[in-house]
Design a protein around this ligand. Structure first.
Ligand code: MF3
Ligand code: CO
Length: 252
């Protein structure tokens, strides 16, 4: 992503917190509702209705022509699964990705939830993916660089033998859903240390971790990303504001 990193002032951060809070609550609602037999389209309806009721707009709807309000990615689907007629089954994992725009600013976050009885090795993938985010969060402070975040995710994921998705990355966020800087989940040599983190930067940190190979393929719907080997993948994301001290989680 080209261009300049925008620095948010205190008033901007307050607005982003409000947008982020709607994203957080939508994800909580969806996690509660998601169960065996429900279609992903029904979850999309629930999310859009809730987001609009809060006076916000679902950021993904019509984004580059995206047809729905949320992304629902099941099992081997990594991200950008389009809600549809698929009925959730016992043992599925479901990645829910939600964005909301309020008062000119976006929030963006994702969770992977368990549907019924999920095999233990797949549960572990979901747990470690969440842990990857919190490992990265330790470096979301002034004095560190963007590359420290990716390196932390990669180290934790690869220690478990998992693959870190390369083709999709985290991002700056603010008045646009995708702003500079790019936030890879791996140490990207081409990037060097990357931008220095400073107070007022807001980024979406979003590890996408595969049980097998890091390689992915895109389906012919033009959106859905799946693992190349068909093994499961998990996603966990929060919008994070860099401050002088502790990072501020705007969607948690
Ligand atoms: N949440 C995704 C991201 O972090 C965006 C979804 S793409 C969309 O980049 F088209 F569905 F909006
Ligand atoms: Co994102």
């Amino acid at each position: 992503m080209m261009g300049r990193i925008t620095i948010k002032n205190a008033a901007d951060i307050e607005k982003m917190k409000a947008a982020g809070n709607i994203v957080k609550k939508t994800l909580e609602l969806l996690s509660e509702k998601a169960e065996v037999g429900m279609t992903t389209e029904e979850l999309d309806r629930i999310a859009e209705t809730y987001i609009r009721k809060q006076g916000a707009y679902p950021s993904f709807l019509n984004y580059s022509g995206y047809p729905k309000s949320i992304c629902t990615s099941v099992n081997q689907q990594v991200v950008h699964g389009i809600p549809g007629k698929y009925k959730l089954r016992d043992g599925d994992i479901l990645s829910l990705d939600v964005g909301a725009k309020l008062d000119g600013f976006h929030g963006d976050a994702a969770r992977t939830v368990l549907i019924g009885n999920v095999p233990e090795d797949v549960q572990k993938l979901v747990t470690v993916t969440r842990e990857c985010f919190f490992e990265a969060l330790k470096f979301a402070r002034p004095g560190y660089h963007i590359s420290d975040i990716g390196a932390a995710v990669q180290k934790h994921a690869e220690a478990h033998g998992y693959g870190v998705v390369r083709d999709l990355i985290g991002h700056g966020i603010g008045r646009e859903m995708h702003e500079p800087p790019d936030v890879p989940n791996f140490a990207d040599r081409r990037m060097g240390r990357g931008a220095k983190l400073v107070p007022g930067m807001v980024i979406a940190i979003e590890p996408m971790i595969n049980m097998g190979t890091w390689e992915v393929v895109q389906l012919r719907d033009g959106w859905t990303i799946e693992t190349r080997d068909g093994k499961p993948s998990a996603h966990y994301e929060n919008t994070v504001a860099i401050t002088e001290g502790e990072p501020m989680l705007l969607t948690l």
